[in-house]
Design a protein around this ligand. Structure first.
Ligand code: NAG
Ligand code: NAG
Ligand code: NAG
Ligand code: NAG
Ligand code: NAG
Ligand code: NAG
Ligand code: NAG
Ligand code: NAG
Ligand code: NAG
Length: 465
């Protein structure tokens, strides 16, 4: 009787520990696409300093795994996209991957999630799509064969797996993946009690339609906006919940209403290009503090479709990563600059109060509305000269008379310098192609400016939003 009570107590105690572990704690994504980032041990210190309970890496870098030895921090590792096809049809390759990347670290580093590929269904490669779930199964079998039971296998997916997300009850997976990929995937996640890892950013839908979506609604800052789904009558008070529930309804539609969601990435950019809206430190701090508060609340808040459910999560990202391609926002999701200083105060444990945060005021946002002036596109400082020459030639072959003014004797031919000519060509290209989706990037060689580079009778073409 006595022992029975004791063991019952221990049982409940353990249960509460493990559910607390699964709970509400927020982790961080540790991307490494920067040429100037701190070492793994220094990065681990920064991760502890923001009280992250978990860390997600985009590979299985052994130096990083070693730096989380005996820290108690849960780690998520990733099978690279490139080997999914081979793993899907080769069990010994899966075994080999697990033996090389998991086994040496597993005893000391709390590897708990193994993600197969990164946002595979957003990449236009339907061969890999069809091999994704088979690869997940192979990896899971390899773990099982080695007696490793604590690691959940999943794959992070972006919101573009949905063809419809509004109203949330209308959430539907894309028809090109619904039956062939999503259905078997959900079956796998259900059978293995794993998670649907979802990368969800309210920034993207808001920034592409800031007229119709309220900024505070996207920042989880609104106190008075409610959207009621006409089909379910569920009331939404922020865009994040709407997005999560759209995925929940899509899963339900395929017959899997109970698979848990794990937020694989969420966040808000602290900076971006002149033609981007709302990417600033104020909004980034506001969003991340609000999402941490929501996700760490006790008891759990969940979403309107799943009130009270725990939503484990990773915030993106540890550092501003200067080698990420695409628009400027991509390189500005960090909680830290590469030199290790904080972009803003943030505590992922949710223990820091709003009053505490208010002691260090944030810089006021200056780009919450679209920039109204002219923008030019010029050669970036320190751009590699031979690459710049190629980009110049390329830009000149595009559009109409793009480079005429820099030809000998024309208004923009002098000074006869590579940087000057490339800057003209980039501005001229961008002015013609922006409306067609062209960007001012040229593989890091170009950058936007609001300072008119025109000189004398040479007028640079510009973009207005
Ligand atoms: C996949 O397997 C094929 C055949 O064994 C091999 O030639 C190829 O290099 C492998 N691909 C990768 C990315 O490892
Ligand atoms: C499967 O992977 C193993 C281990 O990498 C390799 O030796 C073998 O050649 C692969 N089999 C096929 C059919 O590619
Ligand atoms: C992949 O896409 C091509 C071209 O759109 C199509 O013909 C093919 O059937 C698709 N394959 C799969 C496995 O979905
Ligand atoms: C629901 O989604 C479908 C596409 O899946 C779309 O055609 C339809 O317009 C959506 N309904 C509403 C009310 O938006
Ligand atoms: C919500 O409150 C803000 C500030 O108090 C106000 O500007 C806005 O008009 C209100 N919106 C609605 C839908 O009531
Ligand atoms: C798996 O599916 C079964 C049958 O639909 C359901 O009862 C169960 O709750 C599901 N489990 C999870 C973890 O989704
Ligand atoms: C770190 O980098 C940021 C951004 O470049 C800069 O503002 C800050 O002053 C730097 N801090 C230190 C300690 O060098
Ligand atoms: C410039 O780029 C070329 C081609 O990518 C490369 O071979 C060269 O090493 C680069 N030069 C410098 C100084 O980085
Ligand atoms: C180039 O000129 C043609 C004919 O006027 C026009 O149809 C086309 O859209 C122009 N191209 C660009 C990129 O503006």
């Amino acid at each position: 009787m006595k022992t029975g009570l004791v063991s019952l107590f221990i049982f409940f105690h353990l249960l509460s520990i493990s559910s607390a572990e699964m709970s509400s704690k927020v982790g961080i994504c540790y991307g490494q696409l920067g040429s100037n980032l701190p070492s793994p041990p220094e990065s681990a210190k920064l991760i502890k300093s923001v009280k992250a309970a978990r860390v997600k890496i985009y590979d299985a870098n052994p130096d990083i795994l070693k730096s989380f030895k005996n820290t108690g921090i849960q780690v998520s590792i990733m099978v690279p996209n490139e080997i999914i096809n081979n793993i899907s049809s080769n069990g010994s390759l899966a075994d080999q991957w697990v033996r090389t990347n998991v086994l040496p670290h597993y005893r000391y580093t709390k590897i708990r999630y193994l993600l197969v590929g990164n946002e595979i269904l957003s990449i236009p490669d339907n061969i890999t799509w069809s091999n994704l779930v088979p690869a997940m199964r192979k990896i899971r079998s390899s773990l099982k064969a080695l007696g490793i039971r604590k690691i959940k296998v999943g794959t992070p997916l972006a919101m573009d797996v949905l063809q419809s997300s509004f109203p949330p009850s209308n959430g539907t997976f894309r028809s090109d993946i619904s039956g062939s990929v999503m259905k078997p995937m959900l079956q796998f996640l259900n059978r293995t009690k794993s998670f649907f890892f979802l990368d969800a950013y309210t920034y993207f839908p808001w920034s592409s339609d800031p007229k119709n979506i309220n900024l505070d609604y996207a920042l989880l800052e609104s106190r008075n906006i409610t959207y009621t789904d006409p089909v379910t009558n569920l009331a939404y008070t922020n865009l994040f919940d709407q997005m999560i529930d759209a995925v929940i309804f899509a899963m339900k539609r395929l017959g899997y209403p109970n698979i848990r969601i794990f937020i694989g990435e969420t966040g808000w950019p602290n900076g971006g290009d002149f033609d981007q809206i709302g990417a600033n430190i104020y909004n980034a701090a506001t969003y991340n503090r609000n999402i941490v508060k929501k996700l760490t609340s006790k008891p759990s808040i969940g979403t309107p479709a799943r009130p009270g459910w725990v939503l484990p999560s990773f915030v993106f990202s540890l550092f501003n990563e200067n080698q990420k391609p695409g628009p400027g926002t991509e390189r500005h999701f960090g909680l830290f600059y590469p030199n290790g200083s904080k972009v803003y105060e943030i505590d992922l444990s949710g223990e820091t109060s709003e009053e505490e945060y208010k002691k260090k005021p944030l810089p006021k946002p200056t780009n919450n509305e679209l920039y109204k002036g002219k923008i030019w596109c010029v050669a970036a400082k320190g751009a590699n000269r031979s690459e710049l020459a190629s980009a110049l030639s390329y830009a000149c072959t595009q559009g109409n008379k793009t480079c005429d003014p820099i030809q000998p004797g024309k208004a923009c031919s002098k000074p006869d310098s590579l940087v000057w000519h490339a800057s003209y060509a980039f501005s001229s290209y961008w002015a013609q192609f922006k409306r067609l989706g062209g960007t001012c990037y040229f593989n890091k060689l170009a950058t936007q400016t609001i300072k008119d580079p025109s000189y004398g009778s040479c007028k640079f073409p510009s973009v207005t939003l």
